[in-house]
Write a protein of this length. Structure first.
Length: 626
C-alpha cells in the first residue's frame, strides 16, 4: 500500500486552499472599498453611492452614471438596416468610428431592447478585428465593450456590432403602424427624440455626441425608403430575390436623435428652390392633399434663409405625412415627419383653422433646421434653446409671410402662452433650464415652458451670431448670453427667467403721476402656509405700459423692474394705464385702482386697446379671481 498518496493529496488540497485564500485577499485589496448589494458595488459611506452596478450576466458593469463617460467620442456611423414588414422585425449592423480622449479599456454606449449577436473592435492601423466581451445594464440603456487591452489616447478605433430586434409597437424608436388603402398596409418610421435612437442601433445617444452617418436600408422592391440625406445616384442594388438596398449620402454632423428613416409605399410632389429640392410625401391616396404644404414649405424656407443670412445646408428637404404619429411633427434633419392632420390640406373639407395649424407646424419644424439641428443644445436641460427659438420663429414667420393668417395666429399664440402660464403657476412646475439626469426628467422637459416661456424679442439681434458661432456644434445657455456685450446685463436678467420656475405677479398702484409697482411670485391656488422658499424670487422684468396720452401702436413706454418694488413717475397725469403691452411679457398684472377704469374704457370704446391687450386683461382678471 502506497503511504505517499495521502500526503500528496493533502499538499494539493492545501495548495488550492492557499491559492483561493490569496486570491480573495488580493481581490479585496484591488476592488474599490465598497459594500455589495443586489444592485452592485456601493461606496462604504453614508451616501452608499453606487460605484459599479451589476450587469445582466452578474458581472460588475464598469459605469454607474446615466450620462456616458467622456473617454470616447463617436466620429462616424455606418448603419445598415433591414426591416421586414411581414415578420415586423428588423436586423442591423453598425460600424462606429470612435476617438479616444482618455486611456480606457471600456467603451460605454447606449442600447435598448437590441439583441446584439456580435461585437468587435478594430484599431485604426487595420489590425484584425478582435471579438470583445460586452456587458449590458438595461436600467440605464447602456452596454460596455471591454477591450482586451488599453485604448490609446488620440487613436481611432472601429466598433462593429450586429443585432436584431422587433419593430416597436409604440410611436417611439423604429416603429410599425398599419393603415388602410385598398388593402391593409404596414408603414415603418422613426421617432428618436429624445432617447430612442438607442432602440434602433447601438449609439452614443446624447445630443452633444454629434457624428456623421452613412445609412443603407434593405427593403422590399415595391416599397420606398427615405432618410436624412438624398439617395446616392444609382446606388440601389439587388440583395436577394425581391429585396434591394438603398444607400444614402453621408450626412452632416448631427445628433443621434435627429437620425430618421422611413420604409413605406409613398408618393410625392417636389419643387426646387435655391439649390434645395423640397418634397412632400404621403401615402398614394393622399397625394392630392400635399399641394398647400409644398407651397408653404418653399415660402418659409426662402424666408428663413434670407432672415438668418444662412443657406439651408442640405440638398433636399423632405416632409412626410405619417398615417399614425403621436407628436404633431418631428424636425429630423432633412426628413421632417408629420401627423397627417398637421400636413395634409383638402381644399374641399379643410378649414382656415386647419390651414393655420399646418402653416404653423411647418414654420416651427423648418426653424428647427437651424435651431436644434445646425446648432443643438449640449444637454436636455437647455432644450429651450431649441424649442424657444423655433416657437418664436414659428409665429414671426406667420406674421411676415402669411399676413392673411395673422388674426388666427395671434390668438392661437396667446392661448399657448396662457396654457404655459397656467402650468407654470403650479408648485409642480420646473425652471426652463434645470438639472436633468433620468429619462423621466428629460421627458418632462418637453412641455409648454420650454416652448413658450423665453420667446422674447430681445433675441432677434443675436440669432445670426449664435448660429454662425456654433453651427454643426452644440451650445449652452451661457453661449447665448456671451454674445451680448451691451450695457444691459442680459445674462443676469435672463438667468432670473431661465433658472426660476414660475413667473411674477406685478401689482400696480396709480396715484396721480406716480405709479408704484411691486413684484412677487404668482401662485395658483396655493395658500400662504404652503408657499415654498422660491416664493421670494426676484425677476428682472422688462415692463411695458401705455396710457391714454398716446396711441398704443406708436407710444409704448418701458421700465426694467429688477427690485422688489419701484416708483415710476409719469410726465403728466393720465386717465388710465395698461401694463404688459400686447402680452409681450411673461407676467400677470393686478391694478389696485384701475380695474374699474379699464373695464369702463372697454365698455365705452373697446378699440382703445389692441385685441391682444384685451385678451391679456381678461386672462389676468380670471387668474386673479381663482
Amino acid at each position: 500500500m502506497n503511504q505517499e498518496a495521502p500526503v500528496s493529496w493533502t499538499l494539493v488540497v492545501c495548495t488550492v486552499v492557499f491559492v483561493i485564500a490569496f486570491s480573495l485577499i488580493i481581490m479585496i485589496y484591488l476592488l474599490p472599498k465598497c459594500t455589495f448589494t443586489k444592485e452592485g458595488c456601493h461606496k462604504k459611506n453614508h451616501t452608499m453611492e453606487l460605484i459599479y452596478p451589476l450587469a445582466t450576466n452578474g458581472k460588475l458593469f464598469p459605469w454607474a452614471k446615466i450620462r456616458l463617460p467622456p473617454d470616447v467620442v463617436p466620429l462616424h456611423y455606418d448603419l445598415v438596416l433591414q426591416p421586414n414588414l411581414t415578420t415586423l422585425k428588423f436586423a442591423g449592423s453598425v460600424k462606429i468610428v470612435v476617438n479616444i480622449l482618455h486611456v480606457t479599456q471600456k467603451i460605454v454606449l447606449h442600447s435598448s431592447g437590441l439583441n446584439i449577436t456580435k461585437a468587435t473592435i478594430t484599431s485604426a492601423q487595420g489590425h484584425q478585428a478582435k471579438a470583445v466581451e460586452f456587458l449590458e445594464y438595461p436600467l440605464h440603456d447602456q452596454i460596455a465593450l471591454m477591450a482586451p487591452e488599453a485604448l490609446l489616447v488620440g487613436q481611432n478605433y472601429t466598433v462593429n456590432m450586429e443585432y436584431s430586434s422587433n419593430l416597436s409597437d409604440t410611436y417611439y424608436g423604429f416603429y410599425k403602424i398599419s393603415y388602410k388603402d385598398e388593402n391593409s398596409q404596414w408603414f415603418a418610421a422613426t421617432q428618436f427624440e429624445p432617447l430612442a435612437a438607442r432602440s434602433a442601433f447601438p449609439c452614443f445617444d446624447e445630443p452633444a455626441f454629434k457624428a456623421t452617418f452613412l445609412i443603407k436600408i434593405k427593403r422590399d422592391e415595391k416599397l420606398s425608403t427615405l432618410s436624412n440625406m438624398p439617395k446616392v445616384f444609382k446606388a440601389t442594388t439587388p440583395v436577394t430575390n425581391g429585396i434591394v438596398q438603398d444607400e444614402f449620402f453621408v450626412s452632416l454632423k448631427m445628433s443621434t436623435y435627429l437620425v430618421a428613416f422611413v420604409v413605406a409605399d409613398l408618393k410625392n410632389v417636389s419643387r426646387e428652390t435655391n439649390g434645395t429640392l423640397v418634397s412632400v410625401y404621403a401615402t398614394p391616396q393622399h397625394l392630392n392633399q400635399v399641394g398647400y404644404a409644398l407651397d408653404t414649405a418653399v415660402k418659409i424656407l426662402e424666408f428663413y434663409q434670407k432672415y438668418f443670412v444662412m443657406k439651408y445646408p442640405l440638398e433636399k428637404l423632405d416632409l412626410i405625412a405619417i398615417p399614425d404619429f403621436q407628436s404633431g411633427a418631428m424636425e429630423n434633419w432633412g426628413l421632417i415627419t408629420f401627423r397627417e392632420t398637421a400636413l395634409l390640406f383638402d381644399n374641399n373639407t379643410s378649414s382656415v383653422r386647419d390651414k393655420k395649424l399646418i402653416t404653423a407646424v411647418i414654420a416651427h419644424e423648418l426653424a428647427h433646421q437651424w435651431f436644434g439641428n445646425l446648432v443643438t443644445m449640449e444637454w436636455w436641460n437647455d432644450l429651450w434653446l431649441n424649442e424657444g427659438f423655433a416657437t418664436f420663429m414659428e409665429y414671426f414667420a406667420l406674421e411676415e409671410v402669411f399676413p392673411e393668417l395673422r388674426s388666427v395666429s395671434n390668438f392661437y399664440f396667446l392661448n399657448l402662452i396662457f396654457k404655459a402660464m397656467m402650468k407654470d403657476s403650479l408648485n409642480s412646475s420646473h425652471p426652463v433650464s434645470s438639472a436633468v439626469q433620468s429619462s423621466e426628467q428629460i421627458e418632462e422637459m418637453f412641455d409648454a415652458l420650454s416652448y413658450i416661456k423665453v420667446t422674447v424679442k430681445i433675441f432677434r439681434n443675436i440669432w445670426k451670431v449664435y448660429l454662425h458661432n456654433h453651427n454643426y456644434g452644440t451650445a449652452q445657455s451661457d453661449d447665448l448670453w456671451t454674445i451680448t456685450n451691451g450695457t444691459l446685463d442680459v445674462k443676469k436678467m435672463m438667468k432670473t427667467w431661465i433658472v426660476h420656475k414660475g413667473f411674477p405677479l406685478v401689482t400696480v398702484v396709480r396715484k396721480g403721476k406716480i405709479i408704484s409697482v411691486q413684484q412677487e411670485k404668482f401662485l395658483y391656488r396655493v395658500e400662504p402656509e404652503n408657499w415654498t422658499s422660491d416664493a421670494s424670487y426676484l425677476w428682472h422684468i422688462p415692463l411695458t405700459y401705455i396710457t391714454n396720452r398716446c396711441n398704443f401702436t406708436h407710444c409704448t413706454n418701458s421700465y426694467l423692474l429688477d427690485q422688489k418694488s419701484a416708483v415710476i413717475e409719469l410726465p403728466e397725469e393720465v386717465e388710465w394705464v395698461k401694463f404688459n403691452v400686447d402680452m409681450n411679457g411673461y407676467y400677470i398684472v393686478h391694478y389696485t385702482e384701475d380695474w374699474k377704469t379699464l373695464i369702463d374704457l372697454l365698455k365705452k370704446n373697446h378699440t382703445a386697446l389692441s385685441p391682444k391687450d384685451r385678451a391679456n386683461l381678461i386672462n389676468n382678471i380670471f387668474n386673479l379671481a381663482q
